[in-house]
Design a protein around this ligand. Structure first.
Ligand code: C2O
Length: 545
């Protein structure tokens, strides 16, 4: 295994899209940011130097970070932010993972411009469990805002209302020809006929799940969140913020006299606002000779609220579960948790008018009715030094504080409680977690992301979770293993994971607006007895608050 060094200089860069130029925070002046390339087993040393006025922190989304929580990156959870003029070296080893993951800023809304791919190849000499692709291409979905996203979220926080939506979706930073003043900013993938390409799909959008398709071509999914799956072929992919897929694209055997749009647009079930628009890129066959003008075929995407399609798609995902890559689903459960996730409200401060669901309320979001309050010091440090008193409470409720009933009338009172509460787990606890969408304020699907672990998605369904009937239907043989899962709109999802990674691990909705409103919590996994079951000591350059 190798040690790979990267330097991320955080600096400002002028970028123009849709005829709007803005100065934005980037890594090395690149948008999207630089690609991290490694092999399974490699060690990464990434020096992040902050040259801008904003505080910075970078998360390596999906990397397990075994015992190396200091390198995980969520600000105020595992580290204090890197302040102006300071630097920090993220030091971690990639253990037992290969596929596509990504990195992004994990503070405020800076991830809107600070993100990039992590490509993990198998160990040298180990082949893919599928046909070796002719070429591999990262495809990052994102959102473009004409104005500064820090201003947008600050404004929303002050008014208590919903933040402005983005002005475009992007593929590799480019909105494509269907937006005004954007044709020149179109992602083009030049391909040869009769080849297999592997697209490494990453949804880095802030606030939308996306459907993605390429006209007249189907896609074979081979990997989800850097875990191999049983290959299956589909015309349309659903990808939530935080998720990644590797998909194989077979090009046509002979040059077609056409080009093909690849396109993505949101999957939205709530009645909330969304940007009803489509990002397009072009799949263009590399013609040897002629043909400058040819028809462009467009793909058909499901309707914006096509939950039936979304469900059919998610139900098809299965772990590969081969001898070499088994699905190690925890079969016994030590602790069971039931978390309700959803939107709610906080009271508007006195003498102020708010723009929440009413004039006297601010939007809030919660898990088990607790809207998470960010601490001002890093939780992992408080835990590690045994100084959690006054920083966090170790008593996160195991089940909801207020009753809800998806099928019933919503309660009159949508108020949530606030707090910095964590769940403490002994080392190697086997956890089953049911997450239920409360749908108290709008039925929306929530892509929940867990740091520090992969989990198995053993079940999902609609309506209220029924503990007498639903567990019998759980898939404990080959459920998909991943780090981000959509809690279905008006439904529930059941996951299992083994708490074999000591530290403090964030869990949150990967829709940035819901995270800002408090749809987040954290798990403390205690050290085990053996020396290799303990959190490693913090690095000397760990930033201070
Ligand atoms: Cu990709 Cu805590 O996030």
């Amino acid at each position: 295994a190798a040690t790979r060094h990267y330097t991320f200089d955080i600096n400002l860069q002028n970028v123009t899209r849709l005829c709007h130029t803005k100065s934005m925070v980037t890594v090395n002046g690149q948008f999207p940011g630089p690609k991290i390339m490694a092999r399974e087993g490699d060690r990464l040393l990434i020096k992040v130097v902050n040259h801008v006025q904003n505080n910075m922190s970078i998360h390596w989304h999906g990397i397990r970070q075994l015992r190396s929580g200091w390198a995980d990156g969520p600000a105020y959870i595992t580290q204090c932010p890197i302040q102006t003029g300071q630097s920090y070296v993220y030091n971690y080893t990639i253990v037992g993972q290969r596929g596509t993951l990504w990195w992004h800023a994990h503070i405020s809304w800076l991830r809107s411009t600070v993100y990039g791919p992590i490509i993990i190849l198998p160990k040298l000499g180990v082949p893919y469990p599928f046909q070796k692709p002719y070429k591999e291409v990262p495809i990052l979905f994102g959102e473009w805002f004409n104005t500064d996203t820090e201003a947008i979220i600050n404004q929303a926080t002050i008014t208590g209302g919903g933040p402005n939506v983005s002005d475009a979706y992007t593929i590799n930073g480019l909105p494509g020809p269907l937006y005004n003043c954007s044709a020149k900013d179109t992602f083009k993938l030049k391909v040869k006929p009769g080849k297999t390409y592997m697209l490494r799909l990453i949804n880095a959008a802030l606030n939308d799940e996306l459907f993605f398709s390429i006209a007249n071509h189907s896609l074979t999914i081979v990997d989800a969140d850097a875990v191999y799956v049983k290959p299956f072929t589909t015309d349309v992919i659903l990808i939530t913020p935080g998720q990644t897929y590797n998909v194989l694209l077979k090009t046509k055997p002979v040059h077609p006299n056409a080009a093909f749009f690849m396109a993505a647009r949101p999957y939205v079930t709530g009645q909330g606002t969304f940007d009803n628009s489509t990002v397009a890129g072009i799949l263009e066959y590399d013609h040897p000779s002629h043909v400058k003008t040819h028809p462009i075929f467009k793909p058909t995407l499901p309707a914006l609220n096509d939950t039936a399609y979304a469900t059919k798609f998610t139900n098809k995902l299965r772990s590969l579960g081969s001898k070499q890559f088994p699905a190690n689903v925890p079969l016994k459960v030590d602790r069971q948790f039931f978390f309700t996730v959803g939107l709610g409200t906080n009271p508007c401060p006195k003498n102020q008018t708010c723009q929440g669901p009413t004039n006297s309320t601010k939007f809030a979001a919660s898990i088990n009715n607790i809207s998470f309050v960010m601490p001002t010091t890093a939780l992992l440090q408080s835990h590690y030094t045994g100084q959690s008193n006054g920083v966090y409470s170790p008593y996160f409720p195991m089940s909801p504080l207020i009753p809800f009933n998806y099928t019933g009338t919503p309660p009159n009172n949508t108020m949530v409680s606030n707090g910095t509460k964590l769940t403490v787990l002994p080392f190697n606890t086997s956890v089953e977690l049911i997450m239920q969408d409360t749908s108290i304020l709008g039925a929306e699907s929530h892509p929940l992301h867990l740091h520090g672990f992969n989990f198995f998605v053993v079940g999902q369904g609609f309506g209220n979770f029924d503990k007498t009937k639903d567990p019998a239907k759980f898939n404990l043989v080959d459920p998909v293993e991943r780090n981000t899962v959509g809690v279905p709109s008006g439904g529930w999802v059941a996951i299992r994971f083994l708490a074999d990674n000591p530290g403090v691990w964030f869990m949150h909705c990967h829709l940035e607006v819901h995270t800002s409103w408090g749809l987040k919590m954290a798990w403390v996994v205690l050290d085990g007895k053996l020396p290799n079951q303990k959190v490693l000591p913090p690095p000397a350059d760990l930033p201070k608050c």
